[in-house]
Design a protein around this ligand. Sequence first.
Ligand code: MCN
Length: 793
Amino acid sequence: MPEGTGSATGIGASVKRKEDFRFLTGRGTYTDDINRPGQTYAYILRSPHASADIVKIDSAKAAKAPGVVAILTGADYDKGGLPCGWQIHSKDGSPMIEPPHFPLCKDKVRHVGDQVALIIAETYAQARDAAELIDVSYKETKPIVSLADADKPGAAQVWPEAKNNTCFDWHIGDKAAVDAAFAKAAHVTKIDIVNQRLIPNAMEPRAAIGDFDRATGEFTLYTTSQNPHVIRLLMGAFVLQIPESKLRVVAPDVGGGFGSKIFHYAEEALVTWAAGKVERPVKWTSDRSEAFLTDAHGRDQINHAELAMDKDGKFLALRVNTKANMGAYLSTFAPCVPTYLSATLLAGVYSTPAIYAEVKAIFTNTAVVDAYRGAGRPETTYLLERLVEKAARETGIDRVEIRRKNFIPVDAFPYQTPVALQYDSGDYFSTLDMALKTADWAGIDKRKADSKAKGKLRGIGISTYLEACGIAPSAVVGSLGARAGLYETGQIRVHPTGSVTVFTGTHSHGQGHETTFAQLVSDGLGIPIENVEVSHGDTNKIPFGMGTYGSRSLAVGGSAIVKAMDKIITKSKRIAAHLMEASVADVEFKNGVFTVVGTDKSVPFGTVALTAYVPHNYPITELEPGLEETAFYDPLNFTFPGGCHICEVEVDPDTGTVEVLKFTAVDDIGRVINPMIAEGQIHGGVAQGIGQALLEAAAYDEESGQLLTGSYMDYTMPRADNIPNITVGNHVTLCTHNPLGAKGVGEVGAIGSPPAVINAVLDALLPLGVKDITMPASPHRVWQAIQTAKKAA
Ligand code: MCN
């Protein structure tokens, strides 16, 4: 395990981000910045209806419009559908319903924004103008929009093969044990929760360019993706059936993804397919309205949960029922979000002995729903932390004490939960204590009194959470239904000058990998950080990879780099031994220098690197020239960050406005490579969590299926003045199975924060008798809750 040399740029140092110079000076290269010779532009004609048969498409007039190169519809599309990356089985053993998902609709549209025709022209404006000349006759059918109603008898059907719009009806846990525990419970707390649909809003909208080389038959796709290799795999093997040797996928600089750029989207397949048809590059860039309509949305679960306790407030069992919206089609990872990412986390930080959950996945005539920062884990954390809070109120047990009483003890690790996961390490007592102290929990009464004197209501809320990330172990995810392994690769190329290029199969789109991975290698090889370049995002440069999501890049990708570095050091020792005329067993490597133990003989890393490529007097019968190594790393388990978030709010009872005054996040993310980057990740996640708790919600018109929140006029994103100063603390328990001891940090902020915010709002409203509120706790909702409570009083 690399301990870190303590250098100012090594492991544990807050090195400023290497990549920021190009980003801050406008020198980044995003997909839309790329233009290929002879490029054409694509506009996608989309469905204005949520559910309709396509009777006829007349594009004759449009085909003659100025600049039009081609107009392609579902009738022209002769390739495969977009595949789903997971296979889930219902509790009766039947496989999930996986309807066809063609990039261009063939006979029916199933949500507003569905792809109907691809118009390719010399300019984007010409393509867009021509689209207006296409005459599509639709026969509208009744859509089903409401998740709550979609599985009820009589609801309109999105897919005839999915009876009651049910994609699968899955379960996990021991039902009999849970029923038995409930039968002897002293108290049962019940809760109903809505985890509202969110629309991801990365700064850079999606874009894709397909390119085709007539000479070689090679296709290139430039795309705003978090995982170019996965796109190559899915598009090459399933959709377009192009051999991987003839398909290159490049994901250049990407301006944020937050999960929404993991999936294989229709437009990626369309521009690549169309480039082959018109034998010219085809470029498509989403505008913001298209992004609202067609990027995969997040969350959208309805949960009912019941917690059985003994007379002392010890948790005996948990029972959960979830309905999860899939939208109109199955997106790449959608089925695993409410199941293996959500339901397997139901133990949280608690030693609940028996857990049983049922999850129904439902189709509706809405945009697809898939992973969004946290993916399933914010939903479960919100459910658990609202439930535990309610249990505390109902039993009269202090809300901190009820958590402490039920935490998994520090000496219980490795801890096997009743819902598949085995946690390797954690100490929830220490993160709780640190957070309580940092947030001055004890002083809240005085602060509440100060607010009251101003006519305001102050509240404090807590959330103690756990996350499973570092997504990964192929053996585990394979047994759970993943259709691909989830290892990662790292390749280290030491150049003759001693500088190093690191190739990683992960992708950085804001997480700072070019810095943190360079820190790892600079530390491990004892070379200046300036001499290390990190390369990612191009399937022609990087041997293989599985991309970035599930906070896996450091734990899995970083570990692959460490493994490759170990191989470099092993080979370098042999070269050094040759140079120093010593036995390999006597050569030691530290801080960039090889020494013969017990002597003053030494040789620096740079000399070894040069020797590898200038092999005069080199033992070529024993050693190959060159210094380049590749490693694949497949971890034994997920990593399990956890912690405690505390939020303090002030509510204006006259307007319902909630102001977040303070936020404290104490997290255990294992060994930290770059504290400043980790803290930035937590800040970003908390901002998104505050967004979900107080501001953001996608709304569809229930009758027509039109998206009502299709722009920033109606969809409220958090802004700087919604986010308070965030105090970040850190308590480390090392991950026991990866060589870095590191856990993920990319999602913890979004997972821990929403229940802390809502619990704070409810604490503030408690004196008025408000007991429940649905996210987002907008001023209107808070005000209404206050009025309802007043009337009831
Ligand atoms: N890190 C560290 N020490 C640790 C853990 C991580 O120094 N113990 C560093 C890593 O080296 C890396 C960064 O923190 O530079 C995040 O690492 P990790 O937790 O491995 O997460 P990933 O890099 O795999 O990023 C994925 C995660 C996810 S799933 C979403 S969604 C998300 C997020 O990261 N989307 C983001 N953070 C984002 N940040 C930005 N700016 N933009 C997005 O789209």
